[in-house]
Design a protein around this ligand. Structure first.
Ligand code: GTP
Ligand code: MG
Length: 151
């Protein structure tokens, strides 16, 4: 106990999935170390990092983060379509799914309209957020939102 009444300490397992190059490792690096690496190397296998955040109500949440390799999936496009369904079927019932549109700083290169992201997330029981690991935009909010939905 840390002596604070009503304090809760949660431990959360978090897995990042997505095609190679979308910025999964950079999102984690930004969240955990506050840094951005423009020369980020592809992840081999998976890497593990953890980071603890404090919410306003004296709850602390420790994220145990698995940053997976996007290159390993044999058919990324198919996996992307099946993933939310598979996780909801086989995953823990209190799972929180977030659909993250990263590289939001590259406005002129946008490929997915915001509304498409929102619609897809809504249909699949996820929440949607656009982030930039480069500018740090919405990175902390992403993890805070996951934590809030688990409380
Ligand atoms: P795998 O490990 O192969 O699955 O890739 P990944 O999803 O971990 O991608 P990674 O984080 O290594 O980033 C790939 C490239 O995108 C790197 O050159 C990053 O610098 C760049 N990048 C990542 N996030 C952002 C972002 O928010 N904005 C911009 N402009 N570039 C980004
Ligand atoms: Mg990576």
């Amino acid at each position: 106990s840390n002596g604070v009444p009503d304090a809760k300490n949660l431990r959360v397992k978090l897995v990042l999935l997505g095609d190679s190059g979308v910025g999964k490792s950079c999102i984690v690096l930004r969240f955990v170390r506050g840094q951005f690496d423009p020369t980020s190397k592809v992840t081999i296998g998976a890497s593990f990092l953890s980071q603890t955040i404090a919410l306003q109500d004296s709850t602390t949440v420790k994220f145990e983060i698995w940053d997976t390799a996007g290159q390993e999936r044999s058919c990324p496009c198919q996996q992307r379509l099946e993933l939310p369904l598979e996780l909801q079927k086989h995953g823990s019932p209190d799972i929180v799914l977030a659909l993250v549109g990263n590289k939001a700083d590259l406005h002129e290169n946008r490929e997915v309209p915001v509304q498409d992201g929102m619609d897809y997330a809504e249909k699949n029981g996820m929440f949607f957020i656009e982030t930039s690991a480069k500018t740090a935009d919405n990175i902390n909010q992403l993890f805070e939102e996951i934590a809030k939905r688990l409380l």
